[in-house]
Write a protein that binds this ligand. Structure first.
Ligand code: NAD
Length: 459
């Protein structure tokens, strides 16, 4: 597929200059049109995700399509009220004035999306960007070509090229796009590519949101309800075959409950996917052979407690539990991003800190415990993007919570109203009245200094 990237970009630059401010009514109509289009393509989306990596239909509905409808409905319902200028009280120093915050679109937005939730991680930022009056150029991941082609079709059927366009391609195409001047860049993907995007954006001082990854710890303390803990971990870790940025990367379990946890994890894996996961219709595949090989290489056969089976032909890796790996083992070096779960036991709380602090700030953080004081204490000790007590992953589903990382796991946050703020510049405007002009600020200052010293706390 070849695109005239410069020409499409110029079209969007021109459109934004001429159409800004693009009316809210028109934006809502576009969102409604997008909803209809997605609705009519629902089966095709599920099919594309299945063809790309055998994503189960249920997971496609819940983790891709429903999430997009929710975001669309929220914006359609609230855009008008969210977009109103916010009146704030004015400063006595400027008396008399009326002061407002306006939510302005940045302009031309570039969105670069990953492959693991290739539909919603592309469409949800686009919804917010369009709703707030920006133009969008979206580059989906080349690793999910069926979904990328469908995204292109959906966007083409909904928007003009000047409003929103999909450009398919690999990293060369992404580089070509990054060489252009954008007003905002929204990137979801790996930490190394996030750094490349940040560097490219810096050339034009373009603001960015970077939604990245990391090694997410999952602590199981001795008071945790073990069977329920195992059920929730198995669901969140093996959903999408472990290819979820907020999946638990590794478990840190108190030594007293480790045997019980391992037993319960095995039971829950079998209960979810049967004895032969390869035959389960509810288990996705690894995205491609190079990720398959990377993951296979992380499995140290000596330490496999459960699973470990692989099939190169279908990029299948079974849910795998690794018992007590060392921090120097390959599986503990980097984000796993696959269905392999290392389980490390601890005795003293200080060991938790030692292990967690040996990695950069994670995107997510999970703790299972019935000891609320422990949960609250442990959650304040480490930097992380978002966390859950007694479950995994589910913070993603509440659009009232900002979703994003900190430090190495990302910059900025989005979802729901946070997405509205993510894609707008908060512009301050003071309307200073002219019916009176208080002379206090003007030179000559005379004895105004002693007056200001006296009344400084009142201003
Ligand atoms: P990736 O960084 O390899 O690719 C992401 C996008 O960047 C793709 O569209 C790709 O074509 C493009 N790209 C790749 N190399 C590039 C380069 N050199 N220059 C410019 N663009 C380039 O990531 P991925 O493999 O698609 O996704 C997996 C990673 O994404 C994991 O680390 C995961 O944790 C993270 N992730 C984060 C979130 C989040 O919301 N924070 C969500 C999903 C995935």
């Amino acid at each position: 597929m070849s695109y005239n990237v410069e020409k499409l970009h110029a079209k969007q630059v021109d459109f934004f200059l001429k159409s800004n401010p693009f009316s809210i009514k028109e934006r809502i109509q576009l969102l409604q049109k997008l909803k209809q289009e997605i609705n009519s393509q629902e089966d095709a989306i599920v099919e594309a995700l299945k063809e790309d990596f055998q994503k189960p239909a249920f997971e496609s509905m819940v983790t891709e399509i429903v999430i997009v409808y929710k975001e669309l409905d929220l914006f359609i319902k609230n855009l008008k009220s969210w977009s109103k200028p916010e009146k704030v009280s004015s400063s006595l120093l400027n008396f008399p004035s009326s002061d407002r915050i306006y939510h302005r679109p940045y302009g031309n937005v570039l969105i670069i999306a990953p492959w693991n939730y290739p539909f919603q991680l592309a469409i949800n930022p686009l919804i917010a960007a369009i709703a707030t009056g920006n133009t969008v150029t979206l580059k989906p991941s080349e690793l999910t070509p069926k979904t990328a082609a469908l995204l292109e079709k959906i966007i083409k059927n909904t928007f003009t090229e000047a409003q929103a366009v999909v450009i398919q391609g690999d990293k060369e195409v992404a580089q070509q796009l990054l060489n252009l001047k954008w007003n905002f860049i929204f990137f979801t993907g790996s930490v190394p590519v996030g750094k490349i995007v940040h560097q490219a954006a810096a050339k034009n001082l373009t603001p960015v949101t970077l939604e990245l990854g990391g090694k997410n710890p999952c602590i199981v303390e001795s008071t945790a309800k073990i069977q329920l803990t195992a059920k929730r971990i198995v669901w969140g870790k093996f959903l999408n075959a472990g290819q979820t940025c907020i999946a638990p990367d590794y478990v840190l379990v108190h030594k007293n409950v480790k045997p019980a946890l391992i037993k319960a994890l095995k039971e829950e894996i079998i209960a979810s996917y049967g004895k032969n996961t390869i035959d389960s219709p509810d288990y996705a595949r690894i995205i491609n052979s190079s990720h398959f090989e990377r993951l296979k290489d992380l499995i140290d056969k000596e330490k496999v407690e459960f699973g470990g089976q692989t099939d190169a032909e279908t990029n299948f890796i079974a849910p795998t539990l690794i018992d007590d790996p060392k921090l120097s083992d390959k599986v503990m070096e980097e984000e796993i991003f696959g269905p392999i779960l290392p389980i490390i036991s601890y005795d003293q709380e200080s060991e938790l800190s030692e292990i967690i602090r040996s990695y950069p700030a994670s995107l997510a953080f999970f703790v299972f415990t019935e000891n609320q004081a422990f949960a609250e204490k442990i959650m304040t000790q480490f930097p992380f993007g978002g966390g859950v007590i007694n479950d995994v992953v589910i913070h993603f589903a509440n659009e009232k919570l900002p979703f994003g990382g900190v430090g190495n796991s990302g910059i900025g946050a989005y979802h729901g109203k946070h997405s509205f703020h993510c894609f707008t510049h908060q512009q301050s405007v003071v309307n200073h009245k002219t019916w009176i002009d208080v002379p206090f600020r003007y030179a000559p200052y005379g004895n105004k200094l002693s007056w200001i010293k006296k009344f400084k706390n009142w201003l």
